[in-house]
Design a binder for this molecule. Sequence first.
Ligand SMILES: NC(=O)c1ccc[n+]([C@@H]2O[C@H](COP(=O)([O-])OP(=O)(O)OC[C@H]3O[C@@H](n4cnc5c(N)ncnc54)[C@H](OP(=O)(O)O)[C@@H]3O)[C@@H](O)[C@H]2O)c1
Length: 253
Amino acid sequence: MNIAVITGASSGMGAEMARQVDRIYEDGIDEIWLIARRVERLESLSRSLNHKAKVISMDLTNNKDMHELFVLLQKENPNIKLLVNASGYGIIGKFKDIPRKEQSGMVRLNCEALTDMTHMALKYMHKGARIIQFASSASFVPQSGFAVYAATKAYVMSFSRALNEELRKEGISVTAVCPGPVKTEFFDIAEKHGKILDIKKYIMSEAKNVVKKALVDAYHRRSVSVYSISMNLFRLLTKILPHDAILFLTGLL
Ligand SMILES: NC(=O)c1ccc[n+]([C@@H]2O[C@H](COP(=O)([O-])OP(=O)(O)OC[C@H]3O[C@@H](n4cnc5c(N)ncnc54)[C@H](OP(=O)(O)O)[C@@H]3O)[C@@H](O)[C@H]2O)c1
């Protein structure tokens, strides 16, 4: 059985990924596995898809839930054609003002769970398979006021690019998706303790455009996917300018 596995499928870009994969992969995928904690959201999404979908309500940071997924994969022994790791969250604010649990939770979900999912899934992936990892433009340069989140996304970017190289000979590609701000529920959580920079409000992208570009880049087996002129320009600047200077300037905003 050929499947696509999508984490973070209950909202935002994960849900949009499920909708676009459903449309694009008319043949070649028998089932889409939808993973997140909010089961009603996943069930409602699954009903709207043309493909058969499996709803897996689980907390990716919970060891018991992860073990159950491990056992399910062993039992079903699927051929994973596409893995999308879209689960993730970020909290804006000064490091010392954000509770420890929320800070370490970002590391656990954005880094540890993503790594674990990728390792678990790889056993069921073969030549031609693709992995899409949601990093962020926050991975390009450290961000004061978003320190831990940016660091987790730098991890995702570094890990994904290295893994893409490691898996090249096996014919499996890894694409790190690096959006700037995107209109999703992400900011409901992100703005719990602080506000996003005003400038980010003017460059918000639509989830459907970011996801469409990510799927095209993954199709072409590109290692990095950056949507929008402003984010490509920002990436270029982070390659040219010293990071200390960018940190100082963004600190002034
Ligand atoms: N929106 C942006 O501006 C932006 C920009 C750059 C990168 N990103 C990245 O893009 C990815 C998708 O973000 P989004 O904008 O689509 O955010 P979103 O709408 O808030 O979606 C986040 C998803 O993660 C899931 N999730 C959170 N905690 C989880 C847990 N413990 N176990 C399982 N699933 C969990 C949520 O589902 P449940 O709550 O149902 O579990 C939800 O489906 C994230 O990795 C984010 O860091 C977002």
